[in-house]
Each structure stands twice: as C-alpha cells, then as structure tokens.
Design a protein around this ligand. Structure first.
Ligand code: ADP
Length: 245
C-alpha cells in the first residue's frame, strides 16, 4: 500500500530525514516511535505531502512521486493527498462549524458530495466514534478527547486509503486518552491501513503490526511489537525503551 524509498528531507541546513526506506501493507497498522526530534512527525507529514521531501520516492496505492529538490505541481500533490487522511495532535477542527459540519465540509467541498449524502456519512461516522448525540455542538463545547474523535471521523469521511495520526493523544488529559485509543484500535481491527506516531507504548505493543523505531533521522530498527519490545538487542532501541517504559 505504501512504499517509501530513500526519502530525504532537510529544513535549510538541517537534515531531518536521512534516507528512509519503509513498506506498509494494506490493512496493517504501523506505529512510529522514537525520541523527540528524531523526525517522526516530519516523516508522517511527508506521507501526505504537507512537507515535500528533497529526495526519494513515495508510492501510495500505485500513485508514485519522485522528489528531486523541485517544487511539485498541484496535479502531483493532490492524488497522494486524496489517498491519505490526517489526524492532528491539536485536532485542527474548524471552530466556527459544528461537529457534524466539520465532518461534512471536506466531503462537500473536495469530494463534491451532495449535502444529504455528506450528512448521512457524517452521522454514520459520529455513531462509530460514539458521538452521535454531540452532532450539533461546536468544538469549544466538546472535551479534547471528543474533539479528537471528531477529527478521526472527519479524516475517515474522505474515504482515504490510509489514515495518518500525528501524536493524536499527546494533547489530551490522561483520562481522555483511552476513548481515542479505543476508536483507533477498532479502526485497526476493521482493517484500516494506519500510520501512527505516538508515545503510547502500550498502543504500539497491542495494536501495531509493525513498530518503527526512529532515531536521528533514520529508521534505527523495525519489526513486530515482540521483536522491538521483547527481543531487541539494538542498543539505541534499548536505551529509548528504558527511558519511556
Ligand atoms: P519528532 O516528531 O520525532 O519529535 P520532528 O519531525 O517534529 O521530530 O522534528 C525533527 C527535527 O526537524 C527537529 O529538530 C525539528 O526542530 C526540525 N523541524 C521540524 N519541522 C521543521 C520546520 N518546519 N522548519 C525547520 N525545522 C523543522
């Protein structure tokens, strides 16, 4: 489903991604872990071209782009962006729209769905994330955990091939984290393809098919949760896990 080959990204003189190679299979959940500043968020943002890599190739569902330090055309960016849905750390909901309007907006504007069809889809998704009774509330009337579940429903409404999560629970009070992780776990079990940057090691352990450990702009190690959390001999992985678990 996703193939990343020799991906490089730099911000001026700072090389943040130093040649990333990864494959993520359809229907699987990849969880990216690693120290702060190792390039996790930048990699995720490169997957939907919110950041444009300097070198390498990205393929999502038979749609390929090769980066050669050039500005991409909108016609190259849009097909990739349409295949991905992004869930942000700070939810990024439209504050002037209600929960259901937030979930309808992209469907109407980008996918050109009728209002009626968009509303039906939004209601189904609100039910899925357990917030049907909050449809007409504005973001400021919802808890962080509820806002994030709306964020997930909004991303799902666009029928993406893959969902990208950028530290989706790190802005939440601890008691609200569980509800969001539960929605993500349900999606993973239903066979959604997901790439998740998170500090929630228990989520990585229990839900990931593939755990990717990043350190200083490279994939230092990748494997199953068992390989990474129980069997690793890699000193960098061990040092990181000793700090966070
Ligand atoms: P992580 O998600 O692992 O904490 P990030 O991908 O957010 O790491 O950041 C990796 C490095 O890239 C950091 O040193 C960060 O300061 C830098 N960085 C990220 N985004 C930008 C940007 N837009 N401009 C300049 N530097 C950036």
């Amino acid at each position: 489903m996703i193939k990343i080959e020799n991906l490089h990204k730099q911000f001026e003189d700072l090389e943040v991604l130093k040649g990333i190679d990864l494959s993520i299979e359809r229907g699987k959940t990849a969880v990216i872990i690693g120290p702060s500043g190792s390039g996790k968020t930048t990699l995720l943002r490169c997957l939907n071209l919110l950041e444009i890599p300097n070198q390498g190739t990205l393929t999502i569902e038979n749609q390929s782009v090769t980066f050669t330090n050039r500005k991409l055309k909108t016609s190259e960016i849009m097909p990739i962006r349409k295949k991905t849905g992004m869930v942000f750390q700070n939810y990024n909901l439209f504050p002037h729209l209600t929960a259901i309007e937030n979930i309808m907006e992209g469907q109407i504007i980008v996918l050109k769905r009728s209002k009626e069809k968009a509303r039906k889809k939004a209601l189904d998704l609100l039910e899925k994330v357990g917030l049907k009774d909050r449809a007409d509330m504005y973001p400021h009337q919802l808890s962080g955990g509820q806002q994030q579940r709306i964020g997930i429903a909004r991303a799902m409404a666009m029928d993406p091939d893959v969902l990208l999560f950028d530290e989706p629970t790190s802005a939440l009070d601890p008691e609200l984290v569980g509800d969001v992780l539960k929605v993500m776990k349900d999606l993973a079990e239903e066979g959604m393809t997901m790439v998740v940057v998170t500090h929630e090691m228990s989520f990585a352990q229990n839900v990931a098919d593939q755990v990717i450990f990043m350190d200083q702009g490279v994939v230092a190690e990748k494997g199953t949760p068992k390989e990474i959390f129980e069997e690793t001999q890699n000193p960098r992985t061990l040092q990181f896990l000793n700090k966070v678990t």
